[in-house]
Design a protein around this ligand. Sequence first.
Ligand SMILES: [Fe+2]
Ligand SMILES: [Fe+2]
Length: 289
Amino acid sequence: MTITTARDTGTSRTPDDVGIRPRKIRFPFSSMKERFFYQDNALLSAFFAALSSTFPPGEAEFIASVRNYRGQIDDPRLQEQIRGFIGQEGHHSHQHKKANEILRGLGLDAVRLEKHLQRDIDRFLRRKRATPKFRLAMTVGMEHLTAIMAEFVLKNPQVLAPLDEPVRDLLYWHAVEEIEHKAVAFDVYMQTEGDRRYLRRILRLVTVLFSVRIACYMAALLWWAKRRPRWADIRGLWRFMFGAEGMISSIRQPYRDYFSHNFHPWDHDNRDLIEKWQNELRKDSETAA
Ligand SMILES: [Fe+2]
Ligand SMILES: [Fe+2]
């Protein structure tokens, strides 16, 4: 028999040597000049812009959903990690807001999408269905998706190589911190609610909602920019997603791990990626400030 509602009474399972502290890095986005900044591919540029548009409202909701449970956490280490998580997500949100302004200036109106998502979240929060448990489970699911996408870009540097340096650095920095705090919302959920079956159900929902929203946002960006995708754009997007080293092909297995009986985000130890990019980022922060 599978016990699905057992709460974790132990402590946070993030490894001791993983610090969750926000790095105050600024990025000189104003050097961005091209509207279709990813290999002149309209679809892939719209993909990255759509992704960026969702971060400010999305991450604010992640923070709020974790904060709801703060008072129920006795584990001092997890309390400290919650502080780090809030600091990191808050800073990501702030930097993506700036990136979205630049994207709007280039003709990809990520700010309009950001406001659209904010309105949707506000509307949703007024509904009865938006219980603290549902909101936290949504956050845990989204944190799993961001952590496995983060691992994908850090493991495959060729993926972000075509981007301008400030955008590339932004995404690497974001990816590293996503890996550092990947288990915080999960541990909060497991120490309070502990209902694994519900968590798995919500991940399926989150995956569909997120994928559909990104696809619609890409379409909106290209519609507003009056650009119809060319065959080369479609081929490039297909390769990026479904090629042998493509994103979907690479994250399929780590995605599925979430459904295993005793899953924990740190079952998959990728501290090596943090270390590898931390050294890079420290160097960049000195020049970018
Ligand atoms: Fe983030
Ligand atoms: Fe996150």
